[in-house]
Design a protein around this ligand. Structure first.
Ligand code: HEC
Length: 218
């Protein structure tokens, strides 16, 4: 009886080592599989040859007019007009148009669009009023205020570049914000700066009353 128990325990030990002991071990041989899994199905690998298409490539070329994800590569879906971002970097005034045949007018509609895009893509860091107090600053990110001399001295082209390419700890927003919308955001940033820095005496009487009223309530 003892012999049976001992041989059973020995067998158990061998089986345990056989099943668990080799886990994680490396081998050049194909793994043993109880069920052939999806890795084993017929498939083509990236950049490999293939017999399915006449040109012998397993992969397809991108459709004509496709543009890579990245800077300076914004094309309308119809391929009509490619925007070269760098062409805007030197501007000191708003461009007359960003997309050909569509004039860029700085009006209330553009500012509204700018506020919407700013709220989505910038306020998380820069704060709703551009004071550099967005939610990310609670987690240690240091964000400059738009209301410093330095920030206000940035030309519109420089701001366009910062939005497009990012700077320092700020990542590029070009992939998020379309070129036309970047100008809407710039207009809104300018509006925030004006709102903070215009002397009361330069306001029309009604606006001055409103501003003083708001100040008194604070
Ligand atoms: C992830 C947080 C983050 C987001 C989102 C972000 N920014 Fe920034 N931004 C920063 C930081 C941080 C800096 C300072 C960069 C540096 O190190 O110079 C900065 C700098 C700037 C500056 C330069 C300010 C100065 O005084 O030099 C401008 C202008 C600016 N951002 C505009 C924008 C706009 C417009 C958007 C939205 C389209 C935006 N940022 C989105 C974090 C952010």
């Amino acid at each position: 009886m003892l012999r049976i128990i001992v041989s059973f325990l020995a067998l158990l030990a061998v089986v345990t080592v056989a099943v668990l002991g080799l886990r994680g071990a490396r081998s050049t041989r194909p793994p043993l599989q109880t069920f052939g899994d999806m890795a084993d199905q017929g498939k083509y690998k990236a950049q490999a040859e293939g017999a399915f298409f006449a040109d012998g490539r397993a992969m397809r070329l991108p459709p004509a007019g496709a543009v890579p994800y990245g800077r300076s590569a914004t094309t309308r879906p119809d391929g009509a007009f490619a925007i070269d971002d760098a062409a805007f970097y030197g501007l000191t005034a708003f461009p007359a148009e960003v997309v050909k045949g569509r004039p860029l007018v700085v009006n209330e509609a553009l500012l509204n669009r700018g506020r919407q895009q700013f709220t989505i893509y910038c306020s998380g860091c820069h704060g709703g009023t551009g004071s550099g107090d967005g939610i990310t600053t609670k987690y240690g990110l240091i964000v400059p205020s738009y209301h410093t001399e330095r920030s206000r001295a940035l030309s519109v082209g420089e701001v366009y570049r910062i939005i497009t390419e990012g700077r320092g700890l700020m990542g590029p927003q070009g992939p998020n914000v379309r070129p036309e919308d970047r100008w809407a955001v710039i207009a809104y940033v300018r509006a925030l700066q004006l709102a903070r820095n215009t002397p009361l005496t330069q306001l029309e009487p009604r606006e001055r009353d409103l501003a003083q009223h708001a100040e008194a309530k604070r």
